[in-house]
Write a protein that binds this ligand. Structure first.
Ligand code: S3P
Length: 434
């Protein structure tokens, strides 16, 4: 356990330019699909966070050889035969993506794979992937609906699955299994979730058909290894974007950020709240849009975040709550009950805004926040409950709280953004160990 840190308002606006860790979502997929491809996949800009390390270890357990050279991973794909005939245990640590996508990947391979994780991951729902995989004739056992999850590999049949939740992890698990199944596999979802799997499959040469609300892939396809340069993680950028908006006098440049429209919902919401964020040099590489973000401090006002907007902003809702806490007027979020089954119950975690002087009401699927209209919050102490995004959201709140905010368990940010506190200091923030 590292010592708590206090994040306090800087003397002047935050300023500077920086690169972010590579996109975590795409990195997981690049490792898993690279292992299933034929040839050597080269992934540049791989983030050092614990979640992606868990996926790297997982593909190595499944027999793929992974070599690292200066932040670039070389994955020697095993093709359709990926996996080992024995019983293999995979530790997914805190990473839901490793567990859910991993379950889909191994369902059509050889051997038996037991996927487990830390206490947080053991609390999260796994039947949402087990059920569709069973419909494809996979043998999957959960532990009362949660991890450990045991998958006995075997021959699979394609499925047409209507997922009740808009979840890219569920969609991707089914598509991964579909690649190794007989026949075609279709996934339908109530609202579009992030589409990195679809884009990467196409980039690796798979035939995949995407229509609004559904995606279809044919089984038995071979993937062709490729070079995958990862963009900076837009979900990590979101914390700095809001920091730059809230700290008066700030100007920030965030270079080479992934700008996939299924991930940038928070930017649209912030702009509606009055934010000033410009995109410079937008372009595509390896099938993913990216660009540089320029952020200037702004006065924000409240808004309503609708259920339709939730999937494209799902990981940014905690930091949007902090933006709402400083905005003028009321911000309402609805349709986000998924936040209750993330690395922690993120709606409950946000209640810790109240002692900081924020008027907030939580609901089963969201919140109502009355912002301070730019007035600083009260200082205080919070427990992130081991959740990286909660820790980073409250750290940003500390930048605009008199006396700052103390984060009791700051090391949890390493899951997605190692070096987060150092970056804040580089931009001018005051971060002190307690
Ligand atoms: C992810 C999908 C989302 C997101 C998570 C990463 C992914 O989860 O919250 O951080 O990489 O597919 P759900 O699919 O459960 O919504």
């Amino acid at each position: 356990m590292s010592r708590p840190v206090r994040v306090a308002p800087p003397r002047a606006g935050l300023s500077g330019g920086l690169d972010l860790p590579g996109d975590k979502s795409i990195a997981h997929r690049a490792l898993l699909l690279g292992a299933l491809a034929e040839g050597t996949t080269v992934v540049r800009g791989v983030p050092g966070g614990a979640d992606v390390q868990a996926t790297r270890a997982a593909v190595q357990r499944l027999g793929a050889h992974v070599r690292e050279e200066e932040g670039t991973l070389h994955i020697e794909g095993q093709g359709a035969g990926l996996g080992v005939a024995d019983r293999v245990a995979i530790d997914c640590a805190n990473s839901g993506t490793t567990m859910r996508l991993g379950a889909g990947l191994v369902a059509g391979g050889p051997g038996t794979v037991v996927l487990d994780g830390d206490a947080s991951l053991r609390r999260r729902p796994m039947e949402r992937v087990a059920e569709p995989l069973r419909a494809m004739h996979a043998v999957v056992e959960t532990t009362a609906g949660r991890a450990p999850v045991t998958v006995r590999g075997g021959s699979l049949l394609g499925v047409d699955w209507r997922s009740p939740v808009a979840s890219a992890q569920v969609k991707s698990a089914i598509l991964f299994a579909g690649l190794r199944a007989r026949g075609t596999t279709t996934v339908r979802e109530p609202l579009p979730s992030r589409d990195h799997t679809e884009r990467l499959l196409a980039y690796l040469g798979a035939r995949i058909e995407c229509r609004p609300g559904m995606v279809t892939v044919a089984g038995g396809q071979r993937l062709r290894a490729a070079a995958i340069p990862l963009p900076g993680d837009v979900s990590s950028a979101a914390f700095l974007v809001v920091a730059g908006l809230l700290v008066p006098g700030s100007t920030l440049r965030l270079r080479d950020v992934g700008l996939n429209p299924t991930r940038t919902g928070f930017l649209a919401i912030l702009r509606r709240m009055g934010a000033s964020v410009d995109v410079i040099d937008p372009h595509d590489a390896a099938g993913e849009p990216r660009g540089e973000l320029h952020v200037r401090a702004a006065t924000l006002h409240g808004t309503t975040i609708t259920p339709e907007e939730v999937p494209a902003a799902i990981d940014e809702l905690p930091i949007l709550a902090v933006a709402a806490a400083l905005a003028e007027g009321e911000t309402v979020l609805r349709g986000a009950s998924e936040l209750r089954v993330k690395e922690s119950d993120r709606i409950a975690a946000l209640e810790q805004l109240r002692p900081l002087g924020v008027t907030l009401q939580t609901t089963p699927d969201g919140f109502v926040i009355r912002g301070t209209g730019g007035r600083r919050l009260r200082g205080g102490r919070i427990d992130a409950g081991g959740d990286h995004r909660v820790a980073m959201a409250f750290a940003v709140a500390g930048l605009v709280a008199d006396g700052g905010v103390e984060i009791r368990d700051p090391e949890c940010v390493d899951v997605s953004f190692p070096g987060f506190f150092t970056r804040l200091v580089e931009l001018g923030a005051e971060v002190t160990p307690r």
